[in-house]
Design a protein around this ligand. Structure first.
Ligand code: MN
Length: 184
């Protein structure tokens, strides 16, 4: 596990430059303050996952655009080697398959520590998540209801509406999240 604040800040700056967006313009598109965006770009602040999602949605890019990807040459990607804490959240994120436009999805292994809860704002229109529990027990908020998911359970849901993830148990819960993005 390593800190990726630099990667995140550089990516954000690059995206903004590509679009010739001022910090003001980016702040408006993302719903994140200009001050916060500046701090992230300079590597002075590690955003929450919620903030990172707002930024991804504002720029209409995938989440993995901000997360250091495994080298392309890697045939076998091992979650253990890829787990990182890209934001100030305690959730561990392993980008098993970062977003690739050819395939239209990204696949993460996500680890929720005991007691973790995150409410997610709606992602871009049409984004669909596929959650499969690998280890432990977790709860998923879909259609306003928390559902308990045990190991092996798999759920697909429209992620362009509010949803959430939580682990009320005492052990970490591990799941795969395949996030599908509609073609732009
Ligand atoms: Mn989500």
């Amino acid at each position: 596990m390593h800190s990726l604040g630099d990667h995140l800040g550089q990516t954000l700056k690059q995206l903004r430059n590509d679009r010739s967006w001022s910090l003001d313009r980016a702040a408006q598109a993302c719903g994140v303050s200009k001050a916060m965006l500046g701090q992230i770009e300079r590597g002075e602040s590690s955003p929450t996952l919620a903030t990172l999602w707002k930024i991804a949605d504002g720029f209409k890019v995938s989440l993995s655009a901000f997360i250091a990807a495994p080298p392309d040459a890697l045939d076998v990607r091992h979650a253990e080697q890829l787990r990182q804490r890209p934001t100030s959240d305690d959730m561990l994120v392993a980008p098993l398959f970062p977003f690739d436009p050819q395939y239209g999805f990204e696949l993460f292994e996500l680890t929720l520590p005991a007691g973790y809860q995150r409410l997610s704002e709606p992602h871009q229109a049409g984004v669909t998540e596929h959650v499969t529990v690998i280890r432990g027990v977790m709860e998923l908020l879909v259609n306003g209801q928390w559902q308990t998911l045990r190991e092996g359970a798999a759920v697909r849901f429209a992620a362009d509406r509010p949803h959430g993830y939580r682990n009320s148990g005492g052990q970490p819960a591990v799941f795969h999240n395949l996030i599908w993005y509609p073609a732009p």
